[in-house]
Design a protein around this ligand. Structure first.
Ligand code: SF4
Length: 456
């Protein structure tokens, strides 16, 4: 049997694509093993969103080659695309598959390595079945490509083609996933809000796709992985507000809160647009969690510009934020810009912002202590017999419970803050709606009172 191992760096789109590539190798009779195991073939689905991501991709390729000198290492993903665009060779990679053609990686392998083709046809491996705990949240890619061209971003180089998957194909896939036991689907794309614009979807936009998904029996939760601010339309907001299966959680990258920096980033919005949208969303979607990505140290970002970003965080009060330090990407306009910020200053700002965002993440959780929320239980039983899962609005909750709860929707009362979310107690394993409808906090004032009382 030919053993093949996979590893993925980067975004949910990459994770989804690896899963589909794995399926194609299994269909051809390859045996899929863990990346730390001995294999005949190692496939690295790489990332190039930052310098660090590229460095990690290269390190993993080299480690795989060292791990089993007789094996072949295959490199695909955004970093692979960049090496092709830059005419660079990665000596340890026996094969580099363009990111734009990665879904055909197995065919590249069978064409490039006749000995492997012969062996896999002579002795195909039986298909492996996934375990219950792996069947919790399914990531489903619906769109690819981006044409926004933010001045710091290399993705338009590595994912140039904009396309939407046909809606019927996406819905069929989701029905299969529900039949396999998945209760939540996370929709992902590079510029997901443009789903349907090229009408590869058959004329359905993102809001329309979600409405059709909501009619699938057995699908309990629909989550949008990340969406650009300008693509959060009134139509989408209305669907998120009115469809109980849509999780009250939106990840909307901010990047910066300063108008001057947003202009240099070529981001199509300004500070006031962020504040207006947040106010509209909190009004229309009860119990909503807004999470975000923020970049510090963009060229030209001085102390006052950084303060503007902090001001937006204090106003929107994000439930969770990922902080990135600007990393110049070859070929992007921002890499050539003057006024590059020293690394030490980037570090100082990212620490300060991370501390500020931690306080608002805690505040979001504390406002919900004492409440019973629905949790999708993930993974295996952890230390001290604790199970872990996410609420509809993306709070990470740990509670004492049996391993059999993996993959199930349960009700957990939030009791106290934890390092990453909340500690809770299991109230019910009936995954339906609490007293027939989703329990909602009337308004934020009451929430603040609860928070202040909890923080004492
Ligand atoms: S929207 Fe901007 S940051 Fe996002 S993928 Fe497109 S160019 Fe990159």
């Amino acid at each position: 049997m030919i053993r093949v191992a996979f590893t993925t760096l980067g975004c949910k789109v990459n994770q989804y694509e690896t899963q589909r590539i794995i399926d194609s190798f299994e269909e051809q009779g390859f045996a899929v093993v863990g990346f730390d195991e001995q294999a005949d073939l190692y496939v690295v689905n790489s990332c190039s969103v930052t310098q660090l991501a590229e460095k990690k991709s290269l390190q993993i390729v080299r480690r795989a080659a060292r791990q089993n000198p007789g094996a072949r290492v295959v490199l695909t993903g955004c970093f692979a695309q960049f090496t092709i665009l830059r005419g660079e060779r990665v000596g340890e990679a026996a094969l580099v598959v363009p990111n734009t053609d990665k879904m055909r990686t197995v065919h590249y392998v069978l064409d490039a390595f006749p000995d492997i083709r012969k062996e896999v046809q002579r002795d195909p491996a039986p298909r492996a079945l996934s375990t219950p705990y792996e069947r919790t949240r399914a990531v489903v890619k619906v769109q690819d490509g981006c044409n926004v061209c933010c001045s710091f971003c290399s993705i338009p180089f590595t994912r140039p083609r904009m396309f939407s998957r046909p809606a019927h194909e996406v819905l069929d896939e989701i029905r299969r996933l529900v039949d396999e036991g998945f209760r939540e689907v996370v929709l992902t794309g590079v510029l997901i809000g443009s789903y349907g614009a090229d009408t590869g979807s058959g004329g359905v936009d993102l809001a329309g796709l979600i409405q059709q998904m909501a009619r699938i029996d057995g699908l309990e939760r629909i989550r949008i992985s990340s969406i650009e601010l300008t693509q959060v339309t009134d139509r989408l907001i209305d669907v998120c507000a009115s469809e109980p299966k849509v999780c009250p959680h939106l990840h909307i990258p901010l990047q910066s809160g300063d108008d001057g920096i947003l202009q240099r980033m070529n981001r199509p919005y300004r500070q006031q647009d962020v504040l207006n949208l947040a106010e509209k969303l909190y009004t229309k979607i009860p119990d909503l969690a807004i999470t975000t990505d923020i970049m510090v140290g963009f060229p030209g970002e001085d102390e006052s510009a950084f303060r503007q970003t902090c001001k937006v965080v204090e106003s929107v009060q994000y439930a969770r934020a990922h902080i990135f330090r600007f990393s110049p990407r070859p070929g992007t306009p921002a890499a050539q810009m003057e006024d590059q910020v020293p690394d030490a200053e980037k570090e100082r700002r990212s620490h300060e912002l991370a501390e500020l965002c931690r306080r608002y993440r805690e505040r979001f959780v504390a406002q919900r202590l004492g409440r019973t929320l629905r949790v999708l239980v993930e993974g295996k039983q952890g230390k001290g017999g604790l199970m872990k899962g996410l609420t509809d609005n993306y709070v990470s909750v740990e509670f004492a419970g049996g391993a059999h709860l993996a993959g199930q929707l349960v009700w957990v009362r939030l009791l106290s803050l934890s390092d990453d979310g909340a500690m809770g107690e299991l109230v019910s394993t009936l995954g339906g709606h609490e007293d027939g409808r989703l329990h909602l906090l009337p308004n934020r004032a009451e929430a603040d009172t609860l928070y202040l009382r909890v923080r004492g």
